[in-house]
Design a protein around this ligand. Structure first.
Ligand code: PMP
Length: 394
């Protein structure tokens, strides 16, 4: 049977990781892969996570099934963290899912049950996995204008004009904060306008919340999500605990739905649970129990928040240092946008031949579209990196 298959395209980011690993130069710099790294280049297990795991190991009484919606305490804690009191909880349902990706997957399936073949509008550009998740679920994908390659900010008037034209059968995928791959984000005033547009057109907001706490703070990063869901009757959110809890390999996330009323929420949730049952039956517990343990305990939560603040602060400092180093060497503000961007990534807007040159000549690895992971910038080599970027862009 398998002879009918042809080779599927490989993942570009994983291929780049392989190239980096094989590069013998000790001066190489990895700005490719999308995980947080500390000053030693390590993706650490957060201290609150270690402590929570110890408690779980000591206290766990059973390994019996969790249930289709997953860990209930985790669900309640995530709603408190992400939504707070922005919407009446009687209209909200949450199901734990394997990572932000698994959450996007089950919610895309849900959309296709509600409106087969509906169109999902994604930002131009967006996280490359959005397209296959939507298309594999039977949905169509279209793009709305987002990144301005001149200013490296958001093309907001064009974005809003595109959203204003949508209707009830459309779904709008928004990055809740820390846009991947660009690093360019909406201001609070722009979120207000997006929320008003969605309320006017009836298009369904679908918020990908993969980096809560990685931009300006837990509260600040939730502004857009809370504003949108407070303004519309229905919405979907895919939450990820991969980045903010450093739990990448535990595959922990949550699919959240907001319906017009409690009855509609029950019906819609029954479909969501039915999708999960027919896909992987139930989610694994470990990552969820870690997050529940941390968020429900005052001390562990404070420890987690402090470490998250420190990670965020480090990324902002690296942004500022790189922008400053380039400004000093070039006497131009052309790369100041790096300091204005937020989250783990910045899209530099360099042509592919410059990206290739940086890799070949300097051992600086970034994604082909010129996305850099700012957490990968070695603090003691910011000057070298600035010089390499400037000479390659000449
Ligand atoms: N959405 C976006 C925008 C992302 O960048 C990521 C991770 N790269 C995810 C969702 C999914 O993350 P995960 O499945 O690892 O939780």
């Amino acid at each position: 049977m398998f002879e009918t298959l042809t080779k599927a395209p490989g993942d570009k980011i994983l291929a780049l990781m392989g190239e980096y690993a094989a590069d013998p130069r000790s001066t190489k710099i990895d700005l490719g892969v999308g995980v947080y790294k500390d000053e030693k280049g390590v993706t650490p297990v957060m201290s609150a996570v270690r402590k929570a795991e110890q408690r779980i190991l000591e206290n766990e009484k059973t390994k019996t099934y969790l249930g289709i919606a997953g860990n209930k305490g985790f669900g309640a804690a995530v709603l408190d963290l992400a939504l707070a009191d922005s919407v009446d909880r009687s209209r909200v349902r949450i199901a734990q899912a394997p990572g932000g990706t698994g959450s996007l997957w089950v919610l895309m399936q849900l959309i296709n049950r509600a409106k087969p073949g509906a169109t999902v509008w994604v930002s131009d550009p967006t996280w490359p996995n959005h397209n296959p998740i939507a298309e594999n679920s039977g949905l169509k994908v279209e793009k709305y204008p987002y990144f301005d390659t001149e200013t490296r900010g958001v093309k907001f008037p064009q974005m809003l004009a595109a959203l204003d034209k949508l209707g009830k059968d459309d779904v709008v995928l928004l990055h809740g904060c820390c846009h991947n791959p660009t690093g360019a984000n909406l201001t609070n005033e722009q979120w207000d306008q997006v929320a008003a547009s969605l309320a006017r057109t009836g298009a369904l907001p679908f918020i990908d919340l993969a980096y809560l706490g990685f931009g300006d703070g837990l509260l600040e990063d939730a502004y857009g999500t809370r504003k949108v869901i407070a303004s519309v009757p229905e919405a979907l959110i895919a939450f990820s605990g991969s980045k903010n809890f450093g739990l990448y390999r535990e595959r922990i996330g949550a699919a959240i739905l907001i319906a017009r009323d409690a009855d509609q929420a029950d019906v819609t949730n029954s479909q969501l649970l039915n999708i999960i049952r027919g896909a992987y039956s139930q989610p694994p517990d470990h990552g969820a129990e870690i997050i529940r343990t941390i968020l429900e305990d005052k001390d562990l939560r404070a420890e987690w928040e402090a470490e998250l603040n420190q990670m965020r602060g480090r990324m902002i400092t690296l942004r500022e240092k790189l922008a400053e180093a380039i400004r000093q060497r070039s006497n131009s503000k052309d790369f100041d946008f790096i300091a204005a961007h937020r989250g783990m990534f910045s899209l530099l807007g360099l042509p592919n031949d410059v990206v290739e040159h940086l890799k070949a000549a300097n051992g600086v690895y970034m994604i082909g579209d010129s996305r850099i992971n700012v957490a990968g910038i070695p603090e003691d080599r910011v000057g070298d990196l600035a010089e390499a970027m400037l000479s390659a862009s000449k």
